[in-house]
Ligand binder design. Structure first.
Ligand SMILES: Nc1ncnc2c1ncn2[C@@H]1O[C@H](COP(=O)(O)OP(=O)(O)OP(=O)(O)O)[C@@H](O)[C@H]1O
Ligand SMILES: [Mg+2]
Length: 236
């Protein structure tokens, strides 16, 4: 579904991502793990074309998407839940959700809203409330719900567990798992190695803008050196 070759990205001076090759097959959850500043979020921004400077090729569903404008990316089926959620605090929960479906026709949007409320009971309960009053975990659910309103075939999640209490992380990941079971293909950025290993089909390890490992969770678990050297403090 997604095929990236020799991707190089920079914000101006010097590359931050140095020639990454990565693929995600339909129906997979693929995780990218790696320490702070490794370039994980930058790769997602590169796929969404939020960063102009780029070398390499990004193919999605058989098409080169390097030239698709960032505001058109959701129209081809890619939804990006950015790091830090970026919901609109002053708007209601429902208004935030509606923003996610902005490019879809009005008559299907109501149906989509109901589907999201079916998945996320808490959002239904709070639909008229100011989004900024939701807890961190609820805001993460809202960000995912908003991304799903675009009816994507491919969902990119940037550190959905960040800053959440363990119980909330569990709820968020159970939902991610459910969305995956229903057929969604997912590219997940996660610093919590334990979560990545529990939910992903395959894992890439990113170190200083380079992929240094790719394998299944079971294969990765057997890689003592990588588990220790690259993920030391977070070893599970
Ligand atoms: N807008 C920006 N302008 C300039 N440099 C940036 C910008 N955003 C990120 N960088 C730099 O690019 C590198 C990779 O950042 P990125 O956000 O991709 O890391 P990350 O792996 O997602 O880290 P984290 O786990 O902390 O989210 C870092 O050195 C960062 O300082
Ligand atoms: Mg990041």
């Amino acid at each position: 579904m997604l095929n990236i070759s020799n991707l190089k990205l920079s914000y101006g001076a010097g590359n931050v991502v140095h020639g990454v090759d990565l693929h995600v097959e339909k129906g997979e959850i693929v995780a990218i793990i790696g320490s702070n500043g490794a370039g994980k979020s930058t790769i997602l921004k590169g796929i969404s074309n939020l960063i102009p400077r780029k070398e390499g090729k990004i193919m999605f569903a058989g098409k080169d998407i390097s030239k698709v404008a960032p505001e058109k990316i959701s129209e081809i089926g890619i939804s990006h839940v950015p790091e830090g959620r970026r919901i609109f605090n002053e708007m209601t929960v429902e208004e935030n959700l509606l923003l996610g479906g902005y490019h879809r026709s009005r008559n299907v949007i109501k149906e989509d809203l109901e589907r999201i409320y079916g998945l996320f009971a808490i959002l239904k309960e709070r639909k008229k409330q100011r989004a900024g009053n939701l807890s961190g975990g609820e805001q993460q659910m809202l960000a995912i719900g908003r991304a799903l309103m675009a009816k994507p075939s491919f969902l990119m999640l940037d550190e959905p567990s960040l800053g959440l209490a363990p119980l909330m992380i569990k709820s968020v990941f159970e939902l991610v798992d459910q969305i995956h079971q229903e057929g969604m293909t997912i590219l997940l950025i996660e610093q919590n190695v334990k979560l990545a290993m529990k939910y992903a089909d395959r894992i890439y390890v990113l170190q200083s803008g380079k992929l240094v490992y790719e394998g299944t969770p079971a294969e990765l678990a057997a890689e003592d050196e990588i588990m220790h050297v690259y993920l030391g403090a977070r070893r599970v």
